[in-house]
Design a protein around this ligand. Sequence first.
Ligand code: NDP
Ligand code: GDP
Length: 321
Amino acid sequence: MAKTALVTGTTGQDGSFLSELLLSKGYEVCGLVRRLSSPNITNIQHVMKDLRLLDGDMTDQTSMITALKESRPDEIYNLAAQSFVATSFRQPVLTADVNGLGAVRLLEAAKEVVPDARIYQASTSELFGLVRETPQNENTPFHPRSPYGVSKLFAYWACVNYREAYEMHVSNGILYNHESSRRGLEFLTRKVTDGVARIAKGKATHIELGNLDPKRDWGYAPEYVDAMWRMLQQPKPDDYVIGTGESHTVREFVELAFREAGIEKWDKYVRTDPKHFRPAEVQTLCADPSKARNVLGWRAKTRLPELVKIMVKADLERVGG
Ligand code: NDP
Ligand code: GDP
């Protein structure tokens, strides 16, 4: 019999790629979507007819219980979040509510309605924040540096606790930054590839950025949702670091993106604006994904130059069109 999955955050970057992957594997895919005045369906428009969308919000416990009763999922992927670090400094309470308490609401609802369901929690490399070692693995101590990181730390430990206290099958994917042409325009990579495309097409004169020194381990999102699925196919729940194992500065990303559009002198087009600096920064992140490679048979294929190429090409086509 076909399995059923409930995906929260279906309309986001990862939720849309994961929904596609699960549909291709024959799952019935239910997506939890919140009510907005203008529906945000750009990322899932092409698969809408195959999805079962259920009304719900991570801040509303009842809607989650109802969604679980209606879908009775074998697997639950909790991807919904206020996912932008910069916004979390301006909206810390909302971020804690959606990302932290939201995860507990979902765990609690699952404990009551579908205690045997396997659960994936979208944890993050932001947990490592002020890193204690490089690269980071599953045993590296956490030190989050933003309300976003703090909210995700609460959710991470809630998942470990439900696993230990109730023997539920709950796994944390500690994912490093992963990007695509579906990434929100406010994130660094997309802001840059969109800006580069506008400049190349004569529709903008410059991009305003913040700190160019931080280093990130950037991978390609469609590959990362496969890691989520693999975690839930394991007989035992566990936590896994997922990343490429390579780290690059923001500056390197910017330079590669301009070069990809045929512009060599990138610094002529980049201005620095203090408003894009964060009150506390995560300076460097680099994954040690050995456990995922050994246990899940997962490894990142797309490296930074190829990722930049994919994203710049897509934005040049979109802006040009
Ligand atoms: P997006 O920001 O693209 O998607 C977030 C999703 O959450 C959207 O579907 C959004 O819905 C939904 N959402 C937000 N608030 C609520 C709410 N109150 N109730 C219900 N749904 C809500 O994030 P990504 O796809 O990039 O990331 C997926 C998950 O992985 C997130 O939890 C993120 O924090 C985490 N993560 C992401 C990484 C990355 O590099 N992308 C790295 C590590 C972790 P709507 O469309 O209505 O806004
Ligand atoms: P994050 O790693 O989850 O915070 O993902 P982002 O894509 O938002 O940011 C990646 C890095 O780029 C962070 O260190 C930011 O401080 C840095 N950065 C520099 N300028 C900008 C900018 O204009 N926008 C964003 N979003 N990030 C920037």
